[in-house]
Ligand binder design. Structure first.
Ligand code: PLP
Length: 482
């Protein structure tokens, strides 16, 4: 089948997510009030103000199918965020449940530490070698993106030790990056509000500015010029620290939690040039960008650069079970393989159930051509629909993104890139309108984010964009700007 006929086929086919027609019921059934009371009594939520949350009450999500969630009051909600950017194949895929069930019966757990291995982790490694770009043939496993980035640090330091350059120990990251919430992940990330609560950090991590054109460029700069200057901060920082002391640069190809910030095309080639020039490892945190989000299998392919290490999680299992991984470029892998013990591992490295689910998930993404459809059909459709819908909107400053990920910048004065004054919590306001409209759309400061399951159909995209428009209109009205 030629690419062209494939494209036509996508345009005429509804989303390919065959699944049970009614969602499966959960194991317990309580009233919403009971669930909330018990949740408030015993559960500390991540990234939350627990006092405020307990007074308001959490929304209880009980089941899900395709791109929709149901809460304990029976409300049907469209999930514009694929959970937390992870449910790439959509909810309710029996193939993944079956894979877990079979593997739990065959071998629920065994470790991969002491000269042992098992079929699922072998199959997964071979499949990842096939799906990632050519130089990536080796993978190390963990349970999350945060652990993936902890592992990246361990590999980077081990790599330079094997090269007899142990002084190369600084890692350069970026402000407003997100690399997870373990101590190493939180340190690598550039979220000021996280650093404030982290008096203990890992050593030798420094940050440069982010390529956030809308928020940080001066009025006379083009996006291409601006991001080039931001990339050159990497060179300045390397020279300041001394190239002999710099081990690696880490970045998300596009910043996810930081606001779906898509750098202009000049950014990544310049970052790569600088890393090569000073012999600094280039790490792409693909935790959100990986597994089809931009329409390419990996976001670094979208931006056209070649990292030395890639961090994987989220879409690796579509979030059905926890799993993370690090992919090693052949030259890094060879150094580790040829130099004795690597003293790092987790009880659940390569967990058989997680690996079996990952294999089933990746086969769906590949064999149902889900990633190909994002690139040829639903991705371009989603991007155009958002741009058409918000063109000239009084509080929308820009739409960023590619494939099935987008950021909507809310602004006081879109044309002059004037943002809302501090104190106007426009993102929270808008998110509350989305919530009440049964749309999950996340706020990151004054940017509204979308990252739906990759199996979403055109009519479902229409539903999300219509609901997002209603919420953003309501926000503008509330502020007296519409
Ligand atoms: C979510 C995320 C992480 C952390 O992954 P966890 O599984 O939450 O530990 C790391 N990097 C990026 C880019 C992420 O979006």
């Amino acid at each position: 089948m030629s690419y062209k006929t494939e494209e036509l086929a996508f345009a005429n086919t509804p989303a390919a997510h065959p699944m049970a027609s009614t969602p499966v019921q959960p194991a317990t059934s309580r009233s919403t009030a009971d669930y909330r009371a018990l949740d408030a009594a015993h559960h500390i939520h991540p990234f939350s103000d627990m006092g405020a949350l307990n007074r308001a009450g959490s929304r209880v999500i009980v089941n899900a199918q395709g791109v929709h969630l149901w809460d304990s009051d029976g409300n049907k909600i469209i999930d514009g965020m694929a959970g937390l950017w992870c449910v790439n194949v959509g909810y309710g895929r029996k193939e993944l449940a079956d894979a877990a069930y079979r593997q739990m019966q065959a071998l629920p757990y065994y470790n991969t530490f002491f000269k042992t291995t098992h079929p699922p982790v072998i199959e997964l490694s071979a499949l990842l070698a096939e799906l990632t770009p050519e130089p990536f043939r080796h993978f190390f496993y963990c349970n999350s993106g945060s652990e993936g980035n902890d592992t990246v640090l361990r590999i980077v330091h081990q790599y330079w030790a094997t090269q007899r350059q142990p002084a190369k120990k600084f890692v350069i990251a970026r402000k407003n990056a997100y690399h997870g919430s373990t101590i190493a992940g939180g340190t690598l990330g550039g979220m000021a509000y996280m650093h404030e609560q982290m008096p203990s950090k890992v050593e030798n991590v420094v940050h440069i500015d982010q390529p956030y054109f809308f928020g940080e460029a001066s009025s006379d700069q083009t996006p291409e010029e601006f991001v080039l200057l931001r990339a050159r901060q990497l060179e300045e920082k390397i020279l300041e620290l001394g190239a002999n002391n710099v081990a690696a640069f880490i970045g998300e190809p596009f910043q996810g939690a930081g606001g779906v910030i898509f750098p202009a095309a000049t950014y990544w080639p310049e970052i790569q040039r600088i890393c090569r020039k000073y012999d600094v490892l280039l790490v792409a945190d693909e935790v959100i960008g990986g597994f089809g989000r931009t329409g390419e299998w990996f976001a670094h392919q979208h931006f056209g650069f070649e990292p030395d290490l890639i961090t994987l999680a989220k879409g690796l299992t579509s979030g059905y079970v926890p799993m993370g991984a690090v992919g090693l470029h052949d030259r890094v892998a060879r150094a580790l393989i040829d130099h004795g013990d690597f003293n790092h591992g987790l009880t659940y490295s390569g967990h058989p159930v997680a690996a079996a689910v990952a294999v089933a998930n990746l086969k769906l993404l590949r064999d149902e051509k889900i990633v190909a459809r994002v690139k040829a059909d639903t991705g371009p459709y989603f991007q155009k629909k958002l741009r058409d819908t918000f063109a000239g909107h009084p509080i929308v400053g820009e739409i960023s993104g590619a494939g099935l990920v987008a950021g909507v910048q809310l602004a006081q004065e879109p044309h002059t890139r004037t943002r809302f004054a501090n104190g106007v919590d426009v993102g929270t306001l808008c998110r509350d309108f989305c919530f009440n409209g049964n749309l999950v759309m996340r706020a990151s400061g004054d940017r509204m984010l979308l990252s739906p399951p990759l199996v979403i159909s055109r009519p479902e995209i229409d539903e999300i964009v219509t609901k997002a428009k209603a919420a953003i209109d309501a926000t503008a009205r509330e502020l007296g700007m519409l």
